[in-house]
Design a protein around this ligand. Structure first.
Ligand code: MN9
Length: 298
């Protein structure tokens, strides 16, 4: 894969919903806002995008909205992971045809699949599309913890172009970096972006990039210019807000912060529950206001 083109800061795009569907207009506005700020790409329909709470048709529509608004400016990675291979292939083919630059999928989850089954899943995806396939390794949510040898085996499948690495084992990240110099590797936890870059990641994909992308763009820029000390100072500011956010729940909290900063983005779908008024007040006062102040000082 061309790492120069695929590296950088990619918001794990949040999905805005109406009562009974997608809020296409608001989603497009958000893409435009992120583009204006200067992000390098979008990761669409991942955990942050509430993919498992959407129908297949909604997931297709969401991707089409993003591709249309993006108008080929940034890279677009479509997360097509589903509990079943058949549905994943349907979304993968759609994404390929619609113009996504790459597709990505979490490891098959819920049932305890054998490694052979997991590997076959990725093989099937690679066989069904022209664009590169990016493995989404997120043991925290899938419960699937692959070791170094297994990750290498999947990375070696013809068609796999990289990995989104949402775990904190930077030893493994660095070893995979060394073994697969051509692959694109994204750091997954926003609070560890600098650590991931230091271990060889080409960029990051994150949920909090939706409302404070400036911090991550700055970390990326400082790291690339060799100024790790300054990059750490910025990471530390971002982490102050992530630490506060985690108390409220990432999905609900992120959505509230997008609303505060860029205009109403709606609520998460149930089973997520709306934030209570006290939490909303706390987010506004202790997170949003000081965060905007820090962003203005960057
Ligand atoms: O896409 C996200 N992972 C999860 C990656 O949502 C589990 C991260 O952006 C985290 O939300 C973030 C906060 O821990 O780093």
């Amino acid at each position: 894969m061309n790492k120069k083109q695929f590296g950088g800061i990619f918001p794990a795009l949040m999905t805005s919903f109406t009562e009974d569907g997608l809020n296409d207009k608001r989603i497009k506005q958000h893409v435009a806002q992120m583009k204006d700020i200067g992000v390098h790409g979008f990761y669409v329909g991942g955990s942050t995008g509430e993919m498992l709470l959407c129908t297949l048709d909604e997931r297709k529509q969401l991707l089409e909205d993003v591709l249309e608004e993006n108008n080929k400016k940034c890279k677009v990675i479509a997360h097509i992971g589903c509990p079943g291979t058949r549905e994943a292939i349907e979304l993968a083919k759609h994404a390929d045809k619609a113009g996504a630059d790459a597709i990505s999928s979490v490891t098959p989850f819920y049932f305890k699949y054998s490694f052979k089954e997991i590997k076959t899943y990725y093989q099937r995806l690679c066989d069904s599309v022209e664009v590169p396939v990016i493995i989404y390794n997120i043991p925290l949510l899938t419960g699937v913890s692959l070791g170094y040898d297994q990750l290498c085996e999947i990375m070696s499948i013809d068609g796999v172009g990289g990995m989104k690495f949402t775990c904190t084992d930077f030893f493994i990240l660095e070893r995979i970096r060394a073994d697969f110099p051509e692959a694109v590797i994204y750091n997954g936890f926003d609070e560890d972006l600098l650590s991931g870059l230091a271990a060889g990641a080409d960029g990051g994909i994150g949920s909090t990039y939706n409302f404070m992308p400036e911090f991550y763009l700055r970390i990326f820029e400082l790291f690339n210019s060799g100024d790790c000390k300054k990059a750490l100072a910025v990471q530390s500011i971002a982490n102050r807000y992530i630490q506060k956010l985690l108390k409220f729940g990432v999905n609900e909290g992120c959505k509230k912060l997008i609303s505060l900063r860029f205009g109403d983005y709606g609520k998460c779908r149930e089973p997520f529950l709306p934030l209570c008024p006290e939490s909303e007040k706390e987010i506004t006062e202790t997170l949003f206001t000081p965060m905007m102040d820090e962003i203005s000082k960057l």
